[in-house]
Design a protein around this ligand. Structure first.
Ligand code: AMP
Ligand code: MG
Length: 433
């Protein structure tokens, strides 16, 4: 048996990012920049007003206060988008809107709140500071400044900044297209059996689960299918998928059963290796790259028990897919405190499904969700995280600190816990009334 760390390292050492592509900025959402991306314009592009108000010359309002008001004739309106450059004559004002270009000659904008708002002859109640309420051209970004550094995953803020900076296309590490292939004679695809299953049949839940996990990991499930335990079919299908995808995930057929054909089919192909990893669940693992160089496609063969599949994805596949997409690995980790004890597998890292509760101190308290069998899906649906115990730990004692791999974004978990605390508080209040 090899350790989790050894297997992960062996996988990651063989993963390289997919080819780069150039995409329109909005379509590059979620992908990682290859180079520094620079601004093609000064931002703001022109001096403009940050307020609805009046563009003025300060000299015309010297000494003005709310006691000592002054009237100025209004030469007209300048709306946002107003095209022609205007000139502000001494002794007058322009009514101006937020985002509208500052007329030449003006050196301040007085907020409408500091005037009577009159459209033709406005009364001013303050003397503005030099440059008041004027957003200067280039104060945000200069043409040529780096807007987004290389290696950045593009999220909403970067998309807005790039587009404002005049950038239309951006080179990014390509979207990672993933194929998911469930194997097993007993499997019936979701939706095909109208709820009627033959004797010994089960619905393929790993396929849709992995499809969801792939999506959550920021990749694109482009094929989700299932195959019977048939060597010829499986060989043909994997060969086909390796031409069309950037990664393949299979489930089932890698244990010691007589019909565990995934292992048979892939053994000796590319760099494929089948190993036993010191973990519970998820011991039988296979990984390798089919094809060479840029054409190499990583193949993960995960065990078929649904909980083993999920744990294997979280521990090995997610970090590998992140690297394939040119991203840094995200940890999604936290710590919690056991509210009761549970046993762990001897000499293997144990991943226990746990539900999180709000601790009095504001931390996470954890309790196992359902039993420990890796076929138990009911408990899985209640789990927020996997509690990770290293191989040397045989029992997690009540009160012990445990490391958590979160199965949802932390703020989603926190939102639920907040709602639970709030509900409890409300029902306590009602009982007290
Ligand atoms: P295997 O790894 O093929 O020996 O399968 C281990 C266990 O997981 C068996 O009980 C299978 O029926 C179950 N299993 C395998 N594939 C799936 C799947 N796609 N969905 C749900 N259960 C599965
Ligand atoms: Mg099987």
């Amino acid at each position: 048996m090899i350790s989790v760390e050894e297997h992960l390292e062996s996988i990651l050492s063989q993963i390289r990012p997919v080819a780069t592509v150039t995409l329109p900025v909005p379509q590059a959402h979620g992908l990682v920049t290859v180079d520094d991306v620079r601004s093609l314009a000064d931002l703001p592009r022109f001096d403009n007003s940050s307020m609805d108000g009046y563009a003025v010359r300060r000299a015309d309002l010297e000494g003005v206060t709310s006691e000592e008001v002054r009237l100025l004739p209004v030469a007209g309106d300048i709306a946002a988008g107003a095209g022609q450059p205007r000139r502000l004559e001494p002794g007058s004002a322009y009514r101006i809107m937020t985002g509208a270009p500052i007329p030449t000659g003006a050196d301040a904008v007085v907020r409408v709140e500091d005037t009577d708002g009159h459209p033709r002859e406005a009364q001013f109640r303050v003397e503005p500071d030099n440059g008041a309420n004027i957003r200067r051209a280039g104060e945000d970004l200069k043409r040529g400044d780096v807007v987004v550094p290389a290696g950045t995953k593009l999220a909403a803020p970067q998309i807005a900044a790039l587009i404002s900076a005049g950038v239309t296309e951006v080179e990014v590490v390509g979207p990672v297209r993933v194929a998911v292939l469930s194997t097993g004679d007993e499997l019936v695809p979701f939706g095909s059996a109208d709820g009627e299953l033959g004797a010994g049949q089960i619905i393929d839940s790993n396929g849709p689960m992995l499809e969801a996990l792939v999506r959550e990991a920021g990749c694109y499930p482009v094929f989700v299918g299932h195959l019977a335990d048939d060597e010829g079919e499986t060989r043909k299908e994997i060969k086909r998928l390796a031409q069309e995808c950037d990664a393949i995930i299979t489930t089932g057929g890698v244990s010691k059963g007589a019909y565990d054909i995934v292992k048979k089919v892939l053994d000796g192909e590319g760099t494929m290796e089948f190993v036993e990893v010191a973990m519970q669940p998820g011991k039988p693992q296979g990984f390798g790259v089919l094809g060479k160089g840029d054409k190499g496609v990583p193949v993960f063969t995960l065990p078929g028990n649904p909980v083993s599949t999920l744990v294997s994805f979280e521990v090995f596949v997610r970090p590998a897919l992140e690297r394939r997409g040119g991203r840094r690995s995200s940890e999604g980790s936290a710590v919690g405190y056991a509210t009761r004890s549970w046993t762990c597998s001897k000499d293997r890292a144990t991943y226990t499904r746990v539900r999180l509760i709000r601790d009095e101190t504001g931390g996470y308290a954890v309790e196992p969700a359902g039993g420990s069998g890796s076929h138990l899906l009911g408990g899985l649906a209640m789990a927020d995280a996997l509690a990770v115990s290293p191989p040397e730990v045989e029992e997690v004692e009540t009160g012990a600190e445990v490391e958590l791999m979160l199965l949802r974004p932390r703020r989603e978990i926190d939102a639920r816990l907040e709602a639970e605390v709030e509900e409890l508080r409300r029902s306590d209040e009602e009982n007290a009334d």
